[in-house]
Write a protein that binds this ligand. Sequence first.
Ligand SMILES: [Zn+2]
Length: 227
Amino acid sequence: MSTRCFYCGKLANSKDHLPSKVLLEKPYPPNLLSIPSCIICNRSFSLDEEYLLNVLVEISDNPNLRRKKDAGGTVYRARERSPGLAKRIMDSFISGENGKIYFRPQAERMKRVIEKIALGLFFYKYGIPIPLSRINCTGFYSISNQNEWPAEIFMLTINSKFRPKRWHVIQKDVFHFIIVKNWMRNNNLSMIVNLHHAIWFTIDIPSPFKLKPSSVSSNQLSLFKHN
Ligand SMILES: [Zn+2]
């Protein structure tokens, strides 16, 4: 049986890791999730994934991230290789009033990457493939100090006893996600993705219990593989 691309349905000739390895740290965790994809879809995300890593490096004080900017590091080399990427990052620095410099990343690029990841994680969690149009990243919060939490994320991820809820850990201190009933958004489900304790995304996802069975394609289901 031929394998179909999870994103466009054409013939799959590659696999897309969830999340992309560029967002993880070596050594990579065992049993990384991956979904079949065509090479075109796969490559179409890689620039934006690289951009997101570059953003993380700029906003966080996490030494693991900062080191990537040192000569020879992943981010250093990527910027040398791609002047366009270096320019995109430079353009994200904005001088505000009183001469202060702000870093304002291109939200659309980050949204695209994170929605793709959320789609895969939703499938991993519920076994139901849904189109990208059902996933909507509604915002992100960044904190430069890796020991701090954005207040909104804290509020969404504690239980009634003010204890933190359990996160799914793809890689410790690097990639975590959780699915919560979001009381700030009519109690609909939100996925929260935390990258390197530097940035948190909130993503609207549909309730798996309200999805019509017809929207489930068993063809796609059987193709989800661990590497
Ligand atoms: Zn494709």
